[in-house]
Design a protein around this ligand. Sequence first.
Ligand code: DI6
Ligand code: FE
Length: 427
Amino acid sequence: MYHSPFLIEDQLVVVPVPQILAGDTVFRDYAIATMEPNSVPYGLIGGGMLIVRAGRILWVGPEPCGWRSEVKVEQFFGDGRLLTPGWIDCHTHLIFAGDRSGEFAQRLSGVTYADIARKGGGILSTVRATRMVNEEELYESARMRAESRLRQGVTTLEIKSGYGLDLPNEQKMLRVARRLAETMPLTIVATVLAAHTVPPEFAGRGDDYVTHVCEDMLPAVSHLADAVDVFCETIAFSLDQSRRILEAGHARGLRLKIHAEQLSLSGGAAMAARLGAVSADHLEYLDESGVKAMAQHGTTAVLLPGAYYFLQETHVPPIELLRKHQVPIALASDFNPGSSPLHSHQLVLNLACLLFRMTPEEALAGVTRNAARALGLGDQVGTLRPGKWADLAEWDAHSPAELSYPIAAQLCRCVFRRGVCVHAVSV
Ligand code: DI6
Ligand code: FE
């Protein structure tokens, strides 16, 4: 009998290879990093076979000796290459106009990111540029950035608004995110981040802006968004203001996320965890009580090594505490023009290993299994197990550790969304 050994809730479940039907797709001879949390590192299956039916994984396991399909179906042969879950970039700000290379030069001469923000630059300079372009231009630039992610093995992408900061422009950004979801072979999670910073119209009136976001903006955009986020920081919104934003988003049925403890400790992560947030992101200054609150409420930690690197931060997120309290750690690009213009998704893994001392296995889990959790999609994507979507990436590599090791390499060879090849490098 041919079997697929699977640990489901710690029970070893053994399932024979099912009968293949016309329309199925079979992946054969791959090293399959399922990323299922079982006793094998990476949940790796050597000589692996994976069967897709109607876009979902039907079966995965070692290919039985002498196996052949009795009906003619599409087959992909991996020649021993690595197959992983499609990667998930669970924190990006990839819809924006303009660039911030001038601010980069200023920072190199000693001005800090927070100084630039206080003087009306930073996020607000991207807000000015983004308000000026029309929806079509914004869509086109975002499409190219999303396309680049897809070519790097990303099949699920979270995108935040937050460079509009008034109703028409936040709607414009969220419509662009929706249109990307309709036009690209990607699962897009749209997050409303109207509370990214206080816009010029409300300068000095942060509380009034928060009221405007809660009472006018969130009700008007919640149909365009899946989640709400807030930048809880001395240069943005206080703990109380952030709580108001999250509570208003929750009342509208949105998932909760927070930018917290990036530049200082404010207690935002613990507050958001208590409200049921799916993730708290950045977390360089997170303390143990925040870690414990996240563990208790099942909130995923999203670490953003690109922003840490680009802002020349020296305060490393509390990796040991997160491990100790078993908080799942996700990794993302934080792609944005100010603090993380990071184009290579493979570099996210490499930076996490070198700057945060994460293991290559933790890094890969960070862009797959745990990134899915950070979006509330853990039952749909992020690992390769029967029932989940067959979102897959095939690599020019034979072992998963190879993905974290090179600096900004581009090893992705093919991308499959729901079992269909949506990108292949020409070889
Ligand atoms: N934290 C970040 O790292 C980004 N947003 C945020 O709240 C930066 C966004 C920007 O500088 O444009
Ligand atoms: Fe961010």
